[in-house]
Design a protein around this ligand. Structure first.
Ligand SMILES: Cc1cc2nc3c(=O)[nH]c(=O)nc-3n(C[C@H](O)[C@H](O)[C@H](O)COP(=O)(O)OP(=O)(O)OC[C@H]3O[C@@H](n4cnc5c(N)ncnc54)[C@H](O)[C@@H]3O)c2cc1C
Length: 331
């Protein structure tokens, strides 16, 4: 294993030293999690491991389970709020080391750490349509599949044929699209502890100029609508079809409540798009959670609607949950 960031000030517990002594990829001790998410928030992880093979992922999961060490799987952290206390356990980051993309005909094989905009771009160059809506999503394929992410009311699950995972016990398996049970921002993999290592997608052939035009249009819209300069995690609250029909999208509801620009500590409701919370400097997870709580209360009192978070909070013991559940606990 490539060791980095070892500190004699904060010695690792013996179980972690055992892990650190094995060839399990790159590892970082006492790693600030603020470096691994797009909000730039979060305290240190005892151990952050970046595996290079599915077998290394399986080995880490098995050791963590046998030793009872909390473990969290992450990609680029673009949908995550880490706690100010960090994680007392292992953060397993599936990143660029597992980021290969191969295209043959209408089939695409992409590893879990592949960069989503790169996947969309390569599909476009191969004349494959259907992934235009993913061009502006700044995460990994694994994170996208777990969240069934997408835009323009679409989800990556529509194009998935198969998903290869390492299960929570370290076993390697393949799941069909049906077994993943994709629905709006949901997959059956959520909460199982499984790690997505590879996916197979199928896309119809399309007109390259038309695909490119749609992607350029999507990126232009995003540049225009979303805050770009301040760290953020994309849309904080879920926007379902039923919600659109009954009360409208979260950004509009929050804006109508006069909350744009509201600030707690370093966390601020974006003045550009009210469904974004930006880190305007030194924001903590406590600031973001308090702001989420304030938004939910205001909207509940105003229109009687319960906003739910798309963004996930990661507890110091490695539990991952929609951020509003943790915000409510602080009440
Ligand atoms: C500016 C901006 C715009 C965004 N726009 C969109 C958008 O249009 N549509 C959209 O859906 N999302 C959007 N997002 C949110 C985010 O980019 C997506 O949800 C993305 O797919 C998350 O990928 P990630 O690698 O960052 O995952 P992370 O944030 O690291 O993790 C998200 C979840 O996936 C799990 N996970 C990550 N990788 C794996 C893996 N390999 N195996 C198992 N579990 C894994 C984590 O445990 C966590 O539960 C946006 C975010 C930002 C910052």
């Amino acid at each position: 294993m490539t060791s980095q960031n070892l500190s004699s000030e904060h010695p690792l517990p013996p179980a972690f030293q055992e892990l650190a002594a094995q060839p399990l990829g790159k590892f970082f001790c006492h790693e600030p999690l603020a470096r691994h998410n797009s909000w730039k928030i979060g305290g240190p992880a005892d151990l952050l491991i970046e595996p290079e093979t599915p077998q290394q992922i399986a080995d880490v999961l098995q050791i963590a389970r046998l030793r009872g060490i909390p473990l969290v799987v992450i990609g680029q952290g673009t949908n995550l709020l880490f706690d100010d206390a960090g994680v007392r356990g292992i953060v397993l980051k599936v990143g660029a080391q597992l980021g290969k993309i191969e295209i043959a005909g209408q089939r695409i094989l992409a590893e879990g750490g592949a960069w989503v905009p790169q996947l969309a771009r390569l599909a476009m160059r191969a004349g494959l349509a259907g992934l235009e809506h993913c061009i502006g999503i700044p995460g990994t394929v694994g994170g996208l599949v777990i969240m069934n992410g997408g835009s323009q009311r679409r989800g990556i699950g529509e194009n998935i044929l198969r998903v290869w995972i390492v299960g929570a016990e370290g076993e390697q398996r393949m799941l069909s699209q049906a077994e993943c049970d994709f629905s709006y921002r949901h997959s059956a993999l959520q909460g199982t502890g499984a790690v997505v290592v590879k996916v197979e997608l199928e896309c119809p052939y399309g007109d390259i100029r038309e695909i490119r035009r749609e992607m350029v249009c999507d990126l232009r819209n995003r540049r225009h609508k979303f805050p770009r300069k301040q760290p953020n995690c994309g849309s904080v609250f879920l926007s379902t079809t039923e919600m659109h029909a009954s009360v409208g999208p979260p950004g509009k509801i929050i804006e109508a409540a006069g909350l744009k620009g509201t600030r707690i500590g370093g966390a601020e409701i974006s003045r550009q798009h009210a469904n974004f919370i930006v880190n305007s400097g030194g924001a903590t997870s406590a600031d973001v959670l308090a702001l989420i709580r304030q938004i939910r209360r205001t909207i509940r009192d105003r229109i009687g609607f319960e906003l739910c978070c798309e963004v996930r909070y990661v507890s110091p013991l490695g539990q991952i949950m929609p951020a509003h559940l943790q915000a409510d606990r602080l009440a």
